[in-house]
Write a protein that binds this ligand. Structure first.
Ligand code: PMP
Length: 426
């Protein structure tokens, strides 16, 4: 028995499913989750001392690679000054200034402790600001696990086939309308009927929780247009795309400016952080300036700000995102070439440093149906072959993958050599 197997068996006694977040359990690919004891650069090391090239990156935050020395130093320096004060710090202002300077739509920002809190708070704000209750989201998009958002959701909810969770009162769910992703005609049609009741449209500008589905040209632009027509707040959930697809997120990459945006992952540099913000006149509705309540004991936590600020500064250097994007493109092209050579129907998607892998004969992946039509069972076999050979992709066919700046030629070769054998074995 491996140490991961032993640890997983013990974990299940007191932790539901042995994990503190469902997709970690490997349910959709089968087998035992790796228990990790160390991570550095492009690699994670499990409890059995096996090293893996990591394409999960803690589900997105580790854009610099693991254990970047400057990030660790910043956290160590802060450690000498205390863990949490529940009072303002200079670092929080620096963080707000930095985020607002990087992201086009941001006049003001508030820090929270997770992506879920960020989206939940942004939606409350949109509802408070508009005085409307109903929200629109898209099928297969995941915005965290708050009640209004677990309706036809992606990520673990999709992986486990319960996209609409028990425990969400019907009275909440009825205020969430779900439309097909990348279908602007459906949005126009819906808003022409119920536009005056809609507080906000929340969208992942690149859908990263049903694998990875970039927006078709015109989709995000169309959302901006219809939101303006109907007085609806447009929220880009950039928890995954923020600071990754470009320094200014998907909104800078695609040139569409939302009213509010939500962040997580990279903004905390691996610490528990989220953020939401946007136009000043909307953000001023938040307490203590306005009546929409929102708060957090650990919000703006100094250790988390130290890690996040250092990460944001390091990724601001010229050429950072081009390098990240180029690694990702070369890796995907390499996979495609090897799949083609092995005669395996395979297609990839990419937005900057995030990507999707599909066992599918489709030319492109544009919709939720395209994703669902891909072969998840074949993905699971590919996943295990790669894992066996020391390459760790996301343990689900419904999650995006992430490269880091620490991934270089060595990791590329390792990945592609492993993939050649994996495709041949399918
Ligand atoms: N929004 C998006 C787009 C996400 O990908 C996630 C998590 N993967 C969340 C929100 C929720 O963030 P968290 O897990 O930090 O609560």
């Amino acid at each position: 028995m491996s140490r991961s197997e032993t640890l997983f068996a013990s974990a299940q006694k007191h932790i539901p499913g042995g994990v503190n977040s469902p997709v970690r359990a490997f349910r959709s690919v089968g087998g035992t989750p790796l228990f990790i004891k160390h991570a550095e650069g492009a690699y994670i090391v499990d409890e059995d001392d096996k090293r893996y090239v990591d394409y999960v990156g803690s589900w997105g935050p580790m854009i610099l690679g693991h254990s970047h020395p400057d990030v660790l130093d910043a956290v160590r320096r802060q450690l000498d000054h205390g863990l949490s004060y529940g009072a303002p710090t200079a670092m929080e202002t620096e963080m707000a200034e930095l985020v607002c300077s990087m992201v086009p739509s941001m006049d003001m920002v508030r820090m929270v402790s997770s992506g879920t809190e960020a989206t939940m708070s942004a939606i409350r704000l949109a509802r408070g600001y508009t005085g409307r209750d109903t929200i629109i989201k898209f099928e297969g998009c995941y915005h965290g696990h708050s009640d209004s958002l677990l309706v036809k959701a992606g990520s673990g909810a999709l992986t486990f086939g319960v996209p609409s969770s028990p425990g969400v009162p019907a009275a909440f769910a009825q205020h969430t309308l779900t439309l097909p992703y990348n279908d602007i005609a459906a949005v126009r049609e819906s808003l022409s009927r119920v536009g005056k009741d809609i507080a906000c449209i929340i969208v992942e500008p690149v859908a990263g929780n049903m694998n990875c589905v970039p927006p078709v040209p015109g989709f995000l632009e169309g959302l901006r247009e219809v939101c303006d027509e109907h007085g609806v707040v447009l929220i880009f959930d950039e928890v995954m795309t923020g600071f990754r697809v470009s320094l200014g997120g998907a909104q800078a990459y695609y040139g569409v400016t939302p009213d509010l945006s939500t962040f997580g992952k990279i903004v905390g540099g691996g610490m528990p952080v989220g953020a939401f913000g946007g136009k000043q006149h909307i953000m001023e509705c938040i307490s203590p300036l306005g009546p929409v309540y929102q708060a957090g004991t650990l919000s703006g936590n100094p250790l988390a700000m130290a890690a996040g600020l250092t990460t944001l500064k390091l990724i601001s250097r010229p050429g950072f995102h081009d390098e990240l994007t180029s690694y990702t493109s070369r890796m995907l092209q390499g996979l495609q070439d090897r799949a083609d050579a092995a005669g395996v129907p395979f297609v990839t998607t990419q937005a900057g440093g995030m990507f999707g892998l599909y066992f599918s004969g489709a030319d492109n992946i544009l919709t939720f149906e395209d994703v669902m039509a891909s072969d998840a069972e074949r993905f699971a076999r590919f996943f295990h072959s790669m894992l066996e050979q020391g390459v760790y992709f996301a343990p689900s066919a419904f999650e995006a993958g992430f490269a880091s700046i620490a991934h270089g030629d060595t990791e590329l070769q390792l990945t592609l050599d492993a993939a050649e054998r994996a495709f041949a074995s399918l």
